[in-house]
Write a protein of this length. Structure first.
Length: 255
């Protein structure tokens, strides 16, 4: 059983889809998750429902609260929690999940594929000079960006970007004036986000914030909507997120 979308994706990717008895309400990939029993949110899942399902293993992710984790263990549930901050930690979590589920071969195959993605980006950007790196702003959710210490910060840097929020720690609310001053050359945001009943999209909101019309990324039309699930989940698709960002930040180097 998995209470985390990122870990659910990993479990399916290493061939455990038929063994998963339940997932969180937010697990939506792959398609097979739709037919699984749902056990609530990622922070405080429904522990009674989890106990009733009698899982051999419960897997939690970065959003699982310490209180929920403690409660599960108090009820005798076998719990593994993954809280990766870097890409290498995602790979290590995959390796551990493969080990404890006796799917080491499948896990290593997935890791090899992901390492190939990493190598492809590293090779393409190997001779990138500091002056060629582009200033990048990610608004992964309305009003929120990411600073150092999180895997998305590493994604930006490894993709040949300079995270304009690097002076912040972790997940942070945006300072609109700071973004204007930092003047990003590339803006990344989640696709399909509508802010209110008027139908205003996040893209429109970003482009029409006071003073943002002069930002390089807005002027040059270098604003890109991406799949938020791929971008924000430290799971089996994290290197796909890296490739995606690298192609958007440096399309001249990655096709």
């Amino acid at each position: 059983m998995s209470t985390s979308p990122a870990e659910t994706e990993i479990l399916f990717a290493i061939g455990l889809g038929d063994k998963i008895v339940a997932v969180s309400d937010f697990c939506n990939y792959p398609e097979e998750t739709q037919s699984k029993m749902k056990v609530g949110g990622v922070t405080s899942p429904n522990i009674e429902a989890i106990i009733a399902a009698e899982p051999d293993l419960v897997v939690g992710g970065i959003s699982l609260s310490m209180e929920s984790a403690e409660a599960m263990r108090d009820h005798g549930l076998n719990l593994y929690v993954s809280r990766p901050k870097q890409i290498e930690e995602v790979l290590e979590s995959i390796r551990i999940l493969g080990l404890i589920t006796d799917h080491q071969e499948q896990a290593e195959a997935l890791i090899a594929k992901m390492q190939s993605d990493l190598e492809a980006v590293d090779i393409a950007l190997s001779d990138l000079s500091e002056s060629e790196k582009k200033r990048v702003y990610i608004e992964f959710a309305p009003g929120w960006t990411v600073g150092r210490g999180e895997f998305m910060h590493e994604l930006i840097e490894r993709a040949g970007g300079i995270n304009i929020a690097a002076d912040l720690e972790g997940w942070a609310q945006i300072d609109e004036e700071k973004v204007i001053i930092d003047n990003p050359e590339v803006i990344i945001y989640p696709e399909g986000v509508v802010l209110d009943d008027s139908g205003t999209t996040l893209a429109d909101a970003i482009a029409h914030r006071p003073g943002w019309e002069a930002i390089d990324a807005v002027v040059q039309g270098n604003m890109h909507a991406v799949d938020a699930d791929v971008l924000t989940r430290p799971g089996a698709r994290v290197t796909e997120a890296l490739l995606m960002l690298a192609r958007l930040i440096h399309p001249e180097r990655l096709q």
